[in-house]
Design a protein around this ligand. Structure first.
Ligand code: SF4
Length: 367
């Protein structure tokens, strides 16, 4: 597999065979989808993972373990505020996820139910291996479950994710199927697998009748064994092969702020959506505009918003869903903070606009 420095993409150079592959994949995509592209957003329930031994993950590093002790968890108001932001900006929730072993099961069900209400649609869960009784508890609120297998090459899998054997995931997918839930998996590209290992992914999609797959371009993390992300041409091949073999599957691709020039090629190869873009950090900036451009270059329509903040009355939005006064007020405060110090700050830092200009784009901004 060709490697490039760190995880940045300056340009994409396709061979003739790769161009043919993309062209075939594009035709198949066009026959089966309407061209919409969205930003997928994962909502993290915690920044800590009790498993913490996947060798590529920042949660496996000592620094992270010291910084985020086992008791660290994200507050509910922060989780719900992010769900309100995602809904407002049409960032589709890819799944609720988080480190293993942080919230109690009862809390997980309550959070899932509330996120489902905020987003006004059933959601996906990526919370590790769930048992059949647990799936049943989640059933009214979820559309599907995700097996975060990371890689399916058997030897590599044991090294990369020693705490996540494949068999329990397979069992969960079978149980999810029996309950009528959709199924998905996540694969990280750049862990040392090769394109020949696509055959394992192909087998799993068929075996478990997956309706969605997320591919992540590895983001190398300091103090892990990895120093490079995968070359874009390699990621493109995985997407195109998947699209050609599975015309109707939903393909989400985890790119990065440093890989924006690859996005139009990933979409042309048949991806439906992209994720892993630090949306609040780049909101309203040149990077966000480049992403909108990339979608246009691929001849597709971006249905999410990364540039303009619509007018929104947070108090009204939150009150329509959350009844607990204390929680409601905390969420509103979070949202106002989020808007002022993250979304609008990024926008202003880029545009160097004064606060009177920025107030035009947002009702509740008191900046
Ligand atoms: S289970 Fe997920 S969060 Fe935990 S170490 Fe592995 S990849 Fe990281």
């Amino acid at each position: 597999m060709p490697l490039i420095g760190k995880n940045s993409v300056e340009s994409v150079e396709l061979s003739q065979e790769q161009e043919q592959l993309i062209s075939e994949a594009k035709k198949i995509y066009n026959l089966n989808f309407n061209g919409d592209v969205w930003l997928g957003r994962c909502i993290f329930l915690s920044w800590y993972c009790a498993l913490g031994n996947c060798d590529f993950c920042f949660r496996s590093t000592q620094k992270h373990k010291i910084h985020f002790p086992e008791t660290a968890r994200r507050t509910k108001e922060s989780i719900y505020a992010e769900a309100f932001i995602a809904k407002t900006l049409k960032w589709k929730l890819e799944f609720l996820t988080g480190g293993y072993g942080i919230y109690s099961f009862k809390d997980l069900v309550e959070i899932t139910k509330t996120c489902r209400e905020i987003l006004n649609e059933k959601i996906w869960l990526n919370l590790g291996v769930l048992s059949e009784p647990q799936l049943k508890e989640f059933l009214p609120y979820i559309e599907g479950v995700v097996a975060s297998v990371e890689t399916l090459e058997p030897i590599l899998h044991k090294k990369v994710a020693p705490g996540k054997p494949l068999l329990p995931f397979e069992k969960m997918l079978d149980q999810a199927k029996a309950l009528g839930l959709k199924r998905s998996m996540t694969i990280v590209l750049g862990l040392g697998e090769t394109i020949d290992d696509y055959k394992y992914v192909n087998e799993w999609i068929k075996k478990h009748e997956l309706s969605r797959i997320t591919y992540y371009a590895l983001r190398p993390v300091k103090d892990t064994p990895y120093e490079h992300g995968p070359a874009p041409e390699y990621v493109i091949e995985w997407i195109a092969k998947t699209r050609i073999d599975f015309p109707k599957i939903e393909i989400i691709i985890g790119s990065a702020e440093t890989r924006i020039p690859e996005i139009n090629f990933l979409l042309s190869a048949g991806a439906n959506a992209f994720t892993k873009i630090p949306a609040t950090k780049i909101f309203g900036t040149e990077g966000a505009q480049q992403i909108h451009e990339q979608v246009k270059l691929a001849g597709r329509k971006f249905t999410s918003e990364l540039v303009k903040l619509p007018k929104v009355n947070w108090a009204q939005e939150v009150s329509s869903i959350i009844t607990d006064e204390n929680l409601k007020n905390k969420i509103i405060l979070k949202l106002e903070d989020y808007q002022k110090n993250r979304l609008l700050k990024a926008y202003k830092d880029f545009k160097k606009v004064d606060s009177s200009n920025s107030a035009d784009s947002c009702d509740s901004c008191d900046d």
